[in-house]
Each structure stands twice: as C-alpha cells, then as structure tokens.
Design a protein. Structure first.
Length: 364
C-alpha cells in the first residue's frame, strides 16, 4: 500500500491544562510510524492552587486566554502553518463541560477556516494510547521532533492501567485497535482520592505529587490502612472507604495541627494502600488474560511508588512494562494526537466540524 503521511494538530482543554501538539505519521504503515513534532502545555496549577482545586469557570476562562498562543507555539515549534495541517483532533470528552467547549469550538473554527476535517477524540483514549508514544524510535527525520516511533515492540495482549483524576480503568487490549474495559472505579478515582486525602492533610493542590513527596519520608510500618476491593473477584476499584479511613485516623489523633512526621506516615500508609490495590489487580488481570505487556498511564502514573512497584512485579512475572515519561502522564495534547493517529489507522473517517460536540461524560 502507498504510504499516506498526514499531519494532525491536536488540542486538549478538558480540565486545567491548555495544550496543543503536532504529529506527522503514516497511517497505512504496517507498524505505527509517526513523529511528534511539537507539544505545548500551559498549566493552570498556580491559578487553581489558591482555591485548593479546579474551579470550572476559572479554568474555562483561562483556556480562552491561553488556547491561541499555545496553538501558535505548537505550530511554530513544528515549523508549520495551519495550511500544513490535514486533520484537526480535539478532546471532546470526558471532562469539564465549559473547558471542553473552549477547545472544541476553537478547533471547529480552525477546521472550518481551513476547510479540513476533524477527529473528535476521547481524553481517556488519549491516556490509554500515550504509552505507544514511547515504543521504538530509530529514525528522527526532523531535527526538532520530540519523539519518533517506527515499528512497535508492544506485544499483545496488553493490560493497561489508566489512572487519572477522574477515572481508574483496567483495560485489556487484544491488538493495536481492540480494547475492552474490564474494571473501573465504583466511587472515587485514584487521583481524586489522592487529591481528597491531600486536602485532609492541608496540602496544596494538586494533592497527588504532594502526598507522593511526603510519603517518601514516611515510615511504612507506622500505620496500616485497608485495601478496598483488593481481593474482590472483579476488576473494579473503590477508594472512597480508604479516604474515610484516613479521615477517621486523623480525627482519632485529636490534635488540630498534625506534626510533619505524622503527615508523612499517613501519606505513606495511604499511598501504599492505593499502590497495593492497583498493582495487585493489574497483575491478576495479567495472569487471567495471559498478557505479555502492561502499560500505565494517566496523571497518577507520575507516582514514583506506583511506577516502581509495577516495574518490579512485571519483572518477576516476565512481562514487558510500558511506562510513559512524565511529560506524557499528566494532561497533554501529544497523547490526543497519538490517539487520533491510531483512530485513523483503525479506519476512522474524519468528520465535518458541524458534527463535533463536547460531551462531558463520553465513556471509552
Ligand atoms: O490525567 P490527569 O492529569 O488529569 C485527569 O485526566 O484527571 O490526572 C490528574 C491527577 C490528579 O488527581 C493528580 O493529583 C494526580 O493525577 N497526580 C498524582 C501524581 N501526579 C499527578 N497522583 C499521585 N502521585 C503523583 N505523583
Ligand atoms: Zn487526564
């Protein structure tokens, strides 16, 4: 088959990062073949830290202010102009509706003005496909390419653990295109639990990295928290009870201000419990589905303890472990461009701007 190189501009604005990325790839190549030419992320962390969490209205306004300069920078870094773009990908769900609308309507405007088609892309599919952005890279044809993938060492079946602020998913992927969600959270997502426990400990937003920092200095034997649903027969997760256990523990201390070492021990015990549940269930799925690869993605995949424990378990089970670099863990548009590229490889036909709509609860 003749090679078919296409250039995708992807936009992401589902929560509190405004991001744009440019990818060029051959969608008909036997193995994935693409280069990420640029990726720009403008974080709103400083803006929301003051309020202790994301304020949707504030996030949407910041997206409005940031989306044009972020997109212009992504094009400039790639050495391209809008005329060079073949398809416009955008995160159209799930996420905060007002934030999604900014990205979706902005991208629709670009597609309309350029007379090009769009690839509405699921945010969680972006996380799920982000580990493909680090497979094999032999050739870097462009001087400034961020990464280049030619060929793929991913051996299927693959079990993917996708852990973000809004979702906790366990997915089995039969091949590049076919995946099935085998488990998800019945209440709080893993990242949400990190953020809520951080608030109980009066830590700044976002809580995940703060808990992680404290946990490194905590005593692993000081406190034990429950491991909810770790031994349940299904692949679902529950973290709300764990958060409540932390709350009761803090209340039982009956002191207003917790000493630093107490906070460190609580953070450590909480993180150990979350990591234990996530890794145990992932490895059980590996066994049941005969997986040859495990992948980890989503914001919580930036957690050092989780990364390390998964790597150790994969080594002892002799399965490959795909863990994205930090820049691909938290929200970015590179992963949306990668997911859109894989959609095209699977035969997806880009659609008119008129067909694209933000959908805050779009499930994969
Ligand atoms: O994927 P993401 O950037 O946004 C969503 O799609 O939700 O994930 C954000 C989540 C937040 O809950 C944040 O606290 C968590 O990822 N997170 C972490 C770490 N870094 C980010 N959780 C634990 N440890 C970390 N190092
Ligand atoms: Zn995300």
């Amino acid at each position: 088959m003749k090679s078919q190189d296409i250039t995708i501009l992807a936009i992401e604005s589902s929560c509190d990062e405004t991001a744009a990325a440019v990818l060029r790839g051959d969608i008909t190549a036997k193995q994935p073949k693409f280069e990420v030419l640029s990726s720009v992320v403008k974080s709103q962390i400083a803006l929301h830290a003051k309020m202790g969490g994301v304020v949707p209205e504030v996030a949407a306004r910041a997206h409005v202010a940031n989306i044009l300069p972020v997109t212009q920078k992504a094009l400039a870094d790639a050495g391209l102009t809008l005329q060079d773009i073949d398809n416009f990908a955008v995160t159209s769900g799930p996420g905060l509706i007002a934030s999604l609308i900014v990205g979706v309507e902005f991208t629709k405007g670009l597609a309309y003005a350029c007379g090009k088609k769009m690839i509405p892309t699921n945010h969680m599919m972006g996380h799920l496909y982000s580990p493909f952005g680090l497979t094999e890279s032999k050739v870097k044809s462009r001087k400034h390419a961020l990464s280049a993938v030619e060929g793929s060492k991913v051996k299927f079946p693959m079990v993917s653990l996708v852990v973000s602020g809004g979702h906790t998913l366990l997915v089995v992927q039969k091949n590049e295109q076919h995946y099935k969600v085998i488990g998800s959270t019945v209440d709080d997502a893993a990242g949400e639990a990190f953020d809520k426990v951080a608030r109980l400990l009066s830590l700044p937003y976002p809580g995940g990295p703060e808990i992680s920092k404290l946990a490194e200095k905590g005593d692993p034997f000081a406190i034990q928290f429950p491991r909810p649903m770790m031994n349940s027969k299904n692949y679902d997760f529950s973290f709300s009870g764990l958060k409540t256990a932390v709350l009761y523990h803090i209340k039982s201390l009956s002191i207003k201000d917790l000493a630093l070492n107490t906070k460190q021990n609580i953070a450590r015990a909480f993180e150990d419990a979350v990591v234990d549940v996530l890794v145990t269930k992932t490895m059980r799925a590996v066994k049941e589905f005969g997986a040859k690869t495990v992948s980890l993605s989503g914001g919580v995949s930036a957690n050092k303890a989780l990364r390390e424990q998964l790597i150790v378990n994969c080594k002892s089970s002799r399965v490959n472990c795909l863990i994205p670099p930090f820049r691909l863990c938290t929200d970015n548009a590179e992963m949306i461009a990668i997911a859109a590229y894989f959609k095209l490889r699977g035969g997806y036909k880009p659609v008119s701007y008129a067909k694209v709509k933000a959908d805050s609860s779009w499930e994969i």
